[in-house]
Structures are given as structure tokens and as C-alpha cells.
Write a protein that binds this ligand. Structure first.
Ligand SMILES: Cc1cc2nc3c(=O)[nH]c(=O)nc-3n(C[C@H](O)[C@H](O)[C@H](O)COP(=O)(O)OP(=O)(O)OC[C@H]3O[C@@H](n4cnc5c(N)ncnc54)[C@H](O)[C@@H]3O)c2cc1C
Length: 391
């Protein structure tokens, strides 16, 4: 066996590269999952539809909804990796996360309605989970949904909603039973984001971009037919999508591109009048990053291999995610250090390097230590659930 190599997956990767080279819409180069500009949305819907129609996404869905018979278990993680390597031209929105919940827990009517529209790119989804006082401890969420005839009526607030400003639909968690233990009184809904009473306010981050939003609900009516799964069983519904989010967070494919950039940078910038790359300390530091990135890639491949053979444990995905996000942070901090005083230039400055990519990546790198479970919480999870240490 050759870790990380597989002819079936190599072919999948080649198809993604070819398709991205021909059809991926051009975007400003940035790291991470970034909100598009409004004018980019039509092209991104089309691109999302193309990824599905070329059977590169949704391959693990039931065959009647466009999935493949017996796809390779790592098919979609290979696709995600290649899309990241191709510059982050992924599908727009959280449709894959919502689809995981609808497939696992939705009614036939919901599957027939939503899955084709996610596949075509007609519906962009956002995930309405986190609240100002409910992030790591998501089950303490306080947005309420009360029954009123054939509807539920929602009041409350969400935060950090990626793509909320463009989403057609929201995958919402709300509390439907105040008296039940906190994990037991939550219900999952599909919310039409154009419903009266929904307001979305973009949040501008330290990067200067507005990738997240606050979303407010004021007497928002959702038909009871849009409950995903059973009332008060929303916690079980989210398990399907949260597992997907965590497992896709740490593959580290973007780090290889970052290493290339770092090597280029070290050749271009000068320290004490000499190209930085000629200094021993610079070469040693970059060599250290090369080793770290390869270790991360191998740890991620090992986790995949263990999952394939049923020998993995709950620590595998968190270990990869922590490794990736901390190497990513250190590498981009070093990239700015190497630029000396020029490191403080920002996007829009005529002398900033790579259109401000380094500054943006340095600031955004913090997001990877939070998204998909913060590194602190994931360390707890490794200690308690994988190693069996006391709480
Ligand atoms: C890029 C990105 C995209 C996101 N997209 C979405 C989205 O689309 N929809 C959505 O609903 N949310 C989204 N989020 C929010 C994300 O899920 C939360 O940020 C995350 O769950 C952490 O919650 P919090 O921000 O409230 O931090 P808190 O949970 O308040 O944590 C604050 C600090 O306390 C630490 N901490 C908390 N509990 C413990 C503990 N038990 N032990 C040790 N330390 C602890 C944390 O590690 C952290 O450092 C996104 C976040 C990011 C960064």
C-alpha cells in the first residue's frame, strides 16, 4: 500500500483539475472559505451546478438523488483537496452540510424538493447554529421556536453565519422545549431566508472582508413541514453535518501552495541587502515548515486510511485539524516577518506583495483555529474521548 496514492482517486483529482482549469470562475486570491462578492454569485451558482452535474460532488448521496453506486469512500475529500489546490474554487454555500442532514433525517418530500436544487446551484444554504452565547457549547443555544397552528414562530439571533448575506435557505437550530435537558429540546429547520422577520447584517472582520453575518429573527414563521427530523431531536440531526464539517477541515491541501509562496517570497525579499533565501536561519525555518507540512499531510492520509479500514478513533480528525491550523498560522506569521517593514502594507497599497495575500492570510489564519471546533475544545475531545483521560 502507498499512503495517499490510489489510481481511482488520482483520476478523480485529474478530472477536478481539468474542470477547474476550464470553468472555475476567477476570484480574488484569498485563503479560507470566503464570502463572494455579490457580482460573483451567478457564476458561482453555475460552477456549483457544474461540479454536481459532472458527478464530482454529491457522489455519496443516494443514487436516486444523483449519487454514484459504490463511490470510493475518499472521493469527495479528494475533490475538496483539489479544489483548494486550484485556488479555493469550491461550491458556494453550505449546501453539502444541509444535504447531509436532509439525507439522514429529512422527509421524502424535503429530499425531492431540496436535493435537486442544491445540485443545480439554485439554492445557496447557510448554517444558522452559533449564537453570541452558544458556540463551543452549541447546545446552550437560546433562539426559540414556538408552535403556532401549522407553523413554528422563531425569535432570536445567530452569529458567524458564513454566506448568510447570499443564502436562499438556512439550516437552523432553535429551542423548542425550554424544560427538557439542553440537548433534548432543540429542533432543526429549513428556513426560507426571504421570510418576513429575517434580517441579515454582515460583520466586517480584521481581514477587512465581511465573510460572516449576524442573523436576527423577529416572529419568523416556518411551516411545520420544514422541520428536519423530529421535533426536539435536532441535536441528533446536526451530528451528520458536524461530522462532515470536522472531517473536511484539516486535510491541509492549501499548505503546499503556501509553501510555494513562502519559497518564492524568500527568493524575492532581501535581508541586510542579501536575498533572504541565502541566510541559513531562513533556509532552516523554511525547511522546518516543509517537514511540518509533509507530516500534516501524512497524518491526514493516515486518518483517512484508518477510517477506511475501520480502525480510526475520535481523535483522528481533531489531530489533523489542530496540526493544520497551527502550522498554517506559524507559516503565515513567518511570511510577514520576512517582509520586515513592508509586512504592514495592506491590500490596495501599490507596493504590497501578492495583492496583499500575505497580510490577508496572516489575519485569516486565526479563523482556522476556531472553525469546525476550536483547537482548545478539540484538545479536550482528544484527551477525553480518544485517550480516555478524566474530564
Ligand atoms: C471561518 C468560520 C466560519 C464559521 N461559520 C459558521 C457558520 O456558517 N454558521 C455557524 O453557526 N457558525 C459558524 N462559525 C462559528 C463557529 O462554529 C464558532 O466560532 C465556534 O463554535 C466557537 O464558538 P465561539 O466563537 O462562540 O467561541 P466560544 O465557544 O465562546 O469560545 C471562546 C474561547 O473559549 C475557549 N473554550 C470554550 N469552551 C472551552 C472548553 N470547554 N475548554 C477549553 N476552552 C474552551 C474556546 O476554545 C475559545 O478560545 C464559524 C466560525 C469560523 C471561524
Amino acid at each position: 500500500m502507498q499512503l495517499g496514492q490510489d489510481t481511482e482517486l488520482d483520476e478523480v483529482r485529474r478530472r477536478v483539475r481539468d474542470l477547474a482549469a476550464k470553468h472555475a470562475p476567477p476570484r480574488h486570491p484569498r485563503t479560507g472559505v470566503r464570502a463572494p462578492e455579490a457580482h460573483e454569485i451567478p457564476a458561482l451558482r453555475k460552477w456549483t451546478g457544474l461540479l454536481f452535474s459532472e458527478q464530482l460532488l454529491g457522489v455519496h448521496w443516494p443514487v436516486e438523488y444523483g449519487g454514484l453506486e459504490n463511490p470510493h469512500p475518499l472521493f469527495e475529500s479528494a475533490v475538496t483537496d483539489e479544489l483548494i489546490r486550484a485556488g479555493g474554487a469550491g461550491p458556494v454555500g453550505g449546501g453539502l452540510l444541509a444535504a447531509a442532514a436532509i439525507i439522514a433525517s429529512g422527509t421524502k418530500e424535503q429530499k425531492d424538493h431540496f436535493l435537486p436544487r442544491i445540485r443545480s446551484g439554485e439554492h445557496i444554504w447557510c448554517q444558522l447554529f452559533s449564537e453570541p452565547d452558544a458556540g463551543s457549547d452549541l447546545a446552550s443555544l437560546r433562539t426559540k421556536a414556538r408552535r403556532s397552528g401549522d407553523d413554528f414562530v422563531v425569535n432570536g439571533q445567530k452569529v458567524w453565519t458564513t454566506n448568510g448575506q447570499y443564502a436562499d435557505w438556512g439550516y437552523l437550530l432553535a429551542r423548542t422545549d425550554n424544560d427538557a435537558p439542553k440537548h433534548a429540546g432543540i429542533t432543526a429547520f429549513a428556513l426560507d431566508m426571504t421570510t418576513p422577520g429575517v434580517s441579515v447584517r454582515p460583520l466586517r472582520e480584521i481581514t477587512g472582508t465581511a465573510d460572516f453575518n449576524e442573523v436576527f429573527f423577529d416572529e419568523v414563521r416556518i411551516p411545520a413541514s420544514r422541520v428536519i427530523g423530529e421535533v426536539n431531536q435536532g441535536w441528533a440531526v446536526t451530528t451528520a453535518s458536524l461530522a462532515l464539517e470536522r472531517s473536511s477541515a484539516g486535510s491541509g491541501a492549501s499548505l503546499f501552495g503556501a509553501l510555494d509562496r513562502l519559497a518564492r517570497l524568500a527568493n524575492e525579499v532581501t535581508v541586510d541587502g542579501r536575498p533572504a533565501i541565502e541566510r541559513d536561519d531562513v533556509r532552516q525555518t523554511i525547511g522546518g515548515f516543509v517537514a511540518d507540512v509533509h507530516v500534516n499531510s501524512l497524518v491526514s492520509a493516515l486518518g483517512d486510511s484508518r477510517a477506511l479500514h475501520g480502525t480510526g478513533d475520535l481523535g483522528d480528525a481533531p489531530v489533523s485539524k489542530i496540526l493544520f491550523s497551527e502550522i498554517n498560522l506559524a507559516l503565515h506569521e513567518y511570511g510577514l516577518d520576512l517582509q520586515g517593514h513592508d509586512g504592514v502594507r495592506i491590500e490596495g497599497d501599490s507596493q504590497v506583495r501578492d495583492q496583499g495575500w500575505w497580510q490577508d492570510a496572516f489575519l485569516y489564519a486565526r479563523a482556522f483555529t476556531i472553525a469546525g471546533g476550536t483547537n482548545e475544545v478539540l484538545r479536550n475531545l482528544i484527551a477525553e474521548r480518544a485517550l480516555g483521560l478524566p474530564r
